[in-house]
Design a protein around this ligand. Sequence first.
Ligand SMILES: [Zn+2]
Length: 136
Amino acid sequence: MLVFLWTLPTTLIGLAAALLWIALGAKARIRHGVVEVHGGWLAKRMLHAGGFAALALGHVIIGCSPGVLDQLRTHEHVHVKQAERWGILFIPAYLLAGLWQLLCGRHAYYDNPFEREAFAAEAQPVKACEAHQQRQ
Ligand SMILES: [Zn+2]
């Protein structure tokens, strides 16, 4: 319960994003204690504009398809655990870590320690949504 409350500010941001996704046609489900949102108009935009297939905000994971959510669950649940650990500081810490990597001449995403921990936990980090779409 305390972990849930500690993570709540980040989860509320995730829920606000989820409501926007759902308003534009996405669907929601609960898997492994997390709200998962997938599909809809924004799902295609997040992949093409942002270049990412899934995003974890507290106890909410937004992905471009149910298959991608299944495929990236290990990676995204590392971010859920990070949000539980960092609480309200998670998003600022994540962004500052990426900025620090940039200032040190490294990649803001792939060298971000939060991402490195998530990539270490799973085997297929890149372009999962595109690979999934090609299989369908
Ligand atoms: Zn990640």
